[in-house]
Each structure stands twice: as structure tokens, then as C-alpha cells.
Design a protein around this ligand. Sequence first.
Ligand SMILES: [Zn+2]
Length: 507
Amino acid sequence: MTPNADIKKLQRNYIPDSFAISDWGALKPFFEELVSRDILSKDALENWLKDVSEMQALISEDACWRQIRMTCDTENKELEEAFHFFCLEIEPNIKPYTDALNKKLIASPFRKELDQNIYYTFLRGVENEIKLFTEKNIPIHAEIAILAQHYGTITGKMSVDIQGKEYTLQQAARFLMQSNRELRKEVYIKMSERRQMDEKALNTLFDELLAKRHQIAINAGFENYRDYKFEELGRFDYTVKDCEDFHDSIKKYITPIVENIYEHKRKQIGLPELMPYDIDAEPEGQKPLEPFNNGEELLEKSIQAFSNLRPYFGDCLRKMSSLHHFDLESRKGKAPGGYNCPLAETGAPFIFMNAAGTADDVVTMMHEGGHALHSFLSHDLALSAFKEYPMEMAELASMSMELFSMDQWPVFYQSENELKRAKAEELERALSIFPWIATIDKFQHWMYTNPSHTQEERTAAWMKIYSEFAPKNISWTGLEKTSPFCGKNNCIYLKFPFTISSMESPN
Ligand SMILES: [Zn+2]
């Protein structure tokens, strides 16, 4: 049966329809009632779970909107304050009650009567949450949520002047595709210098985050934040050792393939050696792909591509469009990156990205659209908690959609040659992103297991780990002062309790 994209907002049965979160005082009576309710049968337990779920959906949607509005306009103080209010005045009060509800569920004699086929994964997650919870971490989590947001505020302000015009870094990255090498070099250096202007602020911010994250791990009885986070992310199926083996495999098998891709590129553009600003360049006489001109066109064409793939997929994007759940174009003041934010009550999620008219933006849109379909398809699940899939599962939907949608890309590329170029780029990207992923992951392992490092040691570790995975046929001669960065949109998958763990090089 084809699912219906015209999903309806969840009906409230426990909390009044008119209820909106104003302050903690308004929410507290519901939590009090849920914690103290007598549960005398399996049916009563299931009803109680539904009421808890309704509460979670309401809070999650409220928190997500605060975050969406703020990332769309990081310079608006009111929006920032609304987000801070939630982090400091609401969420810290919720957490002890969430723990009490978790414990009440696990202690209930009727828990064992719940159908394990439906509840097993959920109950495993609840037990994990109880294990990790400590009162001491509540204020630290709030501080981290706010600090992590500063990253978006600092980088959202970044812009560069090129040929007398101001561009966001996402827009400027388009120049790195031009065949004019002098221009590419100039833009690359300008982008790098602009980032370096905030080096001190970002390093200080990161030091603060690192110290707080380490404290959280210690408070929860772990040796370091890496080990704590591994459990918090619900990684029941693989270990730290598996990650390390994965890094080694990438180095051994993928980096040489990426070197071949770059060698092909070098020959194509006819250079003696490739510099970092040559990687995305087009050969002389070939213009970069221009799949769309603005956010509106990107959306229209995406709806068409999704519809051609399966009408239901297109209907999902149409539904989101009718609710104005898109903010696609890059502009100054927007947080970086792209995300699909599930909205637990409404069901139709929100897509945020920084499109500048490139082929990469099409991929990002297909990717976030994949997440969006996942949100639509899970909307009917009985409990909010059932919709909390781990990020590995989330990225499966999105990255698959990048590849599934490829045959529908003639919507974006009119000529056979352009289509072929776009597809080749996507297939190359699917491989060349692995060394970058391994670099970031190994770097995080290093940082969190060496929490007392200095900024200099961190930079040195970043450079060392970067060079371990980076293709060897890229020359940095003359660019030693710049630091490798990724200009591409990195998907940040949002969920509740929401964390944006923006990772960047320390430079
Ligand atoms: Zn994603």
C-alpha cells in the first residue's frame, strides 16, 4: 500500500490542544502526574507510555522550532534568547523527571508483558539512559548546548570579498570550480584567511566545550568523553576497535583510489601538480555545472525528480513546501551546513541548507530529502521513542537517496554530457568522502582521549591525522599556513534531545 504524504499533526489526547510551552511551571503538573500515576495493568502501562510520548513530541517539536528559527537567523537576539531559555530554564527541569519516568517504566511489573518484538530496542535504550544519567551533568549539558551554538554564530558571520562583491563562504566555494586558476587560488586563500581571523575565538570555544564534555564523562563514571559518547549514541553493535579497524581500511584501500581520482583530475586540467584549490576545478573551456539558479528552482526540480522516482516521494516534498518547511539558499547570518529536522507532532520535517547553485547542493538536497522521507514514513509509529533511530540508520536513508535519485537528475542537467559529469562527481564523492570521515573520526578519538592537550598539540595532531588519510598527490607548497578544511555542506542530523556536534578543524 502506498503511504499517504498528506500526514496529519498528531492528535493530542492527554495534553490540551491549546497548550504551548511558556515556562517550566506550565509543564511541571503533567510530569508530576505521569511520575505519580498508579499503573495497575499492562494496558494501563501502554496508555501511560502513550501519554509520555505525547509529552515528548510536544517538547521535541517546541525545541526543534527554537533551533530552526535560530539557525536560519543567527544574528537575531530574540531567537537566540528563546533557544537559551529552553536550554537553561526548561530542559534542565525536564531531565530529572525523564529519569524518574525511565525508572518507573523499568520497575513496572507489567514491563515484562510488553511485546518484545515491538519494545525490545526501546527498552534497551531506556536502560542505557538510566545508566548514563547523573544529576551533576544537567547544568553542564545546558551549557554545552549553548556553547555549541556559538559555533554557528561565529561561522555564520564569515564572508569574503571577491571582485568587489561580498560572498558567504558557501557561495565563495563556487569560485573553486572555475577554470581560472589564479582566481581559484585567490579565493582559496581569502577563505582560509577569513577562517583564520576567528581562529582564536573558535579555539577558545572548543577548549571550553572539551573541558565540559570531559567533565560529563567523568561524572557519569567514564574515563573519557569518547567512551561516554559511544554509549550515549547507543552503539550496541560495534566497538571502538571496529572504528579503528575502519580507519585503517580506509587508509589502505580508499585513499589509493582517491589518489587515482585526483591523478585523473590532474591530467584532465593539465597541471604539473594539484594544489588544494584545484580539486574542484573544471578544465579550461568547461563551465561548472549550474543545475539551478535559486532556492525556489532547486525545490521545484527536486520535487519533480522525487516524483519521477516515486510519486509519494514528490508528494512528501510538496507537503513540506505547503507548510513552508524549507530554507534552502545560503545567506549571511545563517548557520553553516544542512539538516533535516524531524518535527514530532507535525510529522512533516524541516529542511535547512546553504545552497549556492552547485552540483553539490543538488546532492545535499537529495540527501536531506532522504532524511525527510524517513521522517514521513516513521510518523505513524505508536511512540515518539520508536522514531528515535540512531544516526547510522538515519544516514542510510539519506545517502541511499543520493544514489537512488541519480537516474532522475536529467531534471537538473539538460545535456547528456552534463548529466554524466554530475553522476561521475557523485560516485567519486561517495568514495572521496571516506578519507575525510576517517580523519574527523580519528581526530575526535584523539582529542577526547587526550583531554589535557594544548591548542598547539591539537593543531599538530590534526595535521598528522590529516596527512595519514589525505591523498599524497596534493601539494601544500606555499600554503603551509593554511589548514585543510572541507568547503562542502556536511549534513548535521538533528534529533531530540538535540545536539549539534559541529566538528571542524581547530584552524
Ligand atoms: Zn545526513
